[in-house]
Design a protein around this ligand. Sequence first.
Ligand code: PEP
Ligand code: MN
Length: 338
Amino acid sequence: MVVVMKRDASKEELNRVIRYIKSYCPDSFVSVGDERIVINIIGDERKIDFDMLSGMEGVEKAIPILKPYKLASREYKQEDTVIKVGGIEIGGKEPVFIAGPCSIESEYQIMRIAEEVKEAGAHILRGGAFKPRTSPYSFCGLGMYGVELLAKAGEEFDMPVITEVMDPGDAIAISEYADILQVGARNMKNYSLLRKLAEIKKPVLLKRGEAAKIDEWLMAAEYMLLGKNGEGNEDVILCERGIRTFEDYTRNTFDIVAISVAKAESHLPVIADPSHATGKRELVYSASIAAIAAGADGLMIEVHYDPDKAYSDGAQSITPRQLKEVISKSKEIYHAVR
Ligand code: PEP
Ligand code: MN
């Protein structure tokens, strides 16, 4: 349950409500938002008298939350969360396009791709430096040097940047360079990493795990929203990137309806990744359009000027020219369906 206080509730009224709640549920906590004060009841709520609580002085309403994810749910917050990064709004009134290589390979490569994706209309530059590869013999990224190159390219072309964090121990160092931190599909259930990112006040893009149910994905988001005693990270972006099924024509099975479900169940922005969802560059265009039609707030797409020579994920990378077509059609669809 959450309790929303009236805008003009006095300090005494607030304290009385907190005292009553904490006498039964001592782990409950108060969130002071820009517009309202909310008390999140944590623990065995059955002992709390709902009618009495709803009628207490200063209480606007008490909302029972039936979902296991509270802070991520639409029950908790009805209006869409809009996350501001640089001058860009994720989850706002325009679709957002994140593009760049799977891996940062060299200064030349990331600079050239940054320039070309910017020209194609992308808003945010992506690039992996700590790569979670299936084989340890594959290219595993340039590490911190790669993160520095990404930040340099972002600065040069005036684009916020996003990169993956694999190890909680690297999170602070990476957050000094990146505008958005990415949790990869393989790490969606790395709860130590999620807890660490809850402490860092930088937006996080949380990919859905390869075999994660939608509610497990939202619970992973909850870890970051909650943090320690409710002082978590409010800026969580969900990213659908396909799941493992028996079908192996595509790299993953793009769970398009998961986008609509996540938008209905949660107030958090939802981005779709048609690159990892399909694994095939010829499917990226149609998958992008389908994702936008399903309600995605934007797309994250792997782009390379010479996809066949990419160090990783070349088969699913498109060229900057193709990106331009995807962006232009996606914008049209976005406005047509809303
Ligand atoms: C990536 O974005 O390059 C990546 C590794 O994605 P995922 O975690 O979805 O496999
Ligand atoms: Mn990739």
